[in-house]
Design a protein around this ligand. Structure first.
Ligand code: IPE
Ligand code: IPE
Ligand code: MG
Length: 242
């Protein structure tokens, strides 16, 4: 078995890891399967990686599962992804307390079906009772959309007397889906593309980026260990000088 470097005593792990779950379609195509089979395999990988993150002491994992732009895909593919999400949320509702996993949905849930909205709501209620490792699933999520929605909510609060004083970065951050969650330290994109595709635009200001050609369904704990090793070798200066 490969040495588990992330579990070395004393070795630090990033507090918050963000992952763009990309490459499901190509994974399926390589096997002569429909793209939806890739999404099903990707959901399994998410289960494994989330538990692994919890076990090695990561505090927050945020994954990009469905973007505000992914509605452009065929009805068949979108329908299959929504069915998988439905199934996943049902399971999560039953297991998150047992697994010690606080699950949150980031994104514009009003754009989802009433059933998914109800599941997201139920997930939130349960999450409120759980302390510890937090997994955020970005659904109907867009970084620009998040910023615009936050600006709208802030303007409303200002007009209605619920907000006052100068708007600061900190205050603005409290209007984002990620309110209360520290910024990601490490952003991983499997699947070979090297772009953000509208993910966590505000929050990734100082994230370390790690790209790999491995397709998301093939991603393993050992791949995560590799990303964490690379992260450890980075010199984070935040604009300062060392
Ligand atoms: C990521 O995999 C999952 C979603 C965007 C929903 P893709 O479906 O984008 O897979 P590729 O990039 O086509 O291989
Ligand atoms: C990003 O992947 C969105 C998710 C993984 C949910 P895409 O496959 O949609 O991104 P592009 O089209 O390659 O930029
Ligand atoms: Mg893709």
């Amino acid at each position: 078995m490969a040495e588990n470097t992330s579990k070395k005593p004393g070795a630090s792990v990033p507090r918050h890891i963000a992952i763009i779950l990309d490459g499901n379609g190509r994974w399926a195509k390589k096997r002569g399967l429909p793209r939806t089979a890739g999404h099903a395999a990707g959901a399994e990988t998410f289960r494994k990686i989330a538990l692994y993150c919890r076990d090695i002491g990561v505090d927050y994992l945020t994954v990009y599962a469905f973007s505000t732009e992914n509605w452009k895909r065929s009805d068949d593919e979108v329908g299959a992804i929504m069915r998988l999400l439905n199934k996943y949320l049902h399971e999560a509702i039953d297991t998150m307390e047992r697994d010690g996993m606080k699950m949150r949905i980031f994104g514009d849930v009003t754009g989802l079906s009433p059933e998914l909205q109800a599941l997201a709501h139920r997930t939130d209620e349960i999450a409120d009772r759980i302390d510890g490792f937090q997994a955020n699933i970005c659904l109907n999520y867009g970084g620009r959309d998040e910023i615009v929605q936050a600006a709208r909510r802030y303007a409303r609060d200002l007009a209605e007397g619920r907000a006052e004083g100068e708007l600061t970065e900190e205050k603005f951050g409290s209007y984002l889906y990620s309110a209360g969650v520290p910024d990601p330290d490490l952003l991983i994109r499997p699947g070979g593309e090297q772009r953000l595709s509208n993910f966590l635009l505000w929050q990734c200001a100082y994230a370390e980026f790690y790209f790999t050609d491995v397709l998301w369904p093939d991603f393993t704990p050992a791949e995560l260990d590799k990303a964490i090793e690379v992260f450890r070798s980075r010199d984070r200066r935040y604009g300062g000088v060392k």
